[in-house]
Design a protein around this ligand. Structure first.
Ligand SMILES: [Zn+2]
Length: 90
């Protein structure tokens, strides 16, 4: 049984993680110039490494910034259009 205080702490932590990810996107927009955080996605550069975990899930699971950053470093920020083009080009 979790207290309300713990729930509040978790939701604050999740908000910080979400803010952290969107700040990162703002500072690292898509190479095409699109910096709309709503459409920016993380593309895993190493395609051989199939990642199941999503950033939304990391946030939901209360990952810390350091752990999230480690994943972000393996990724290239792309807008949804460029991401689609990239995958269709394969
Ligand atoms: Zn783009």
């Amino acid at each position: 049984m979790r207290s309300n205080k713990l729930k509040q702490r978790d939701s604050r932590r999740r908000k910080r993680a979400r803010d952290f990810i969107s700040d990162y996107k703002k500072c690292n927009p898509c190479p095409c110039g699109n910096n709309n955080v709503e459409v920016l996605q993380f593309h895993h550069v190493d395609a051989g490494q199939k990642k199941i975990i999503r950033f939304s899930r990391m946030v939901a699971n209360n990952w810390g910034k350091a752990a999230i950053m480690k994943e972000i470093e393996k990724c290239q920020v792309l807008c949804d259009e460029c991401h689609k083009v990239l995958h269709n080009g394969k």
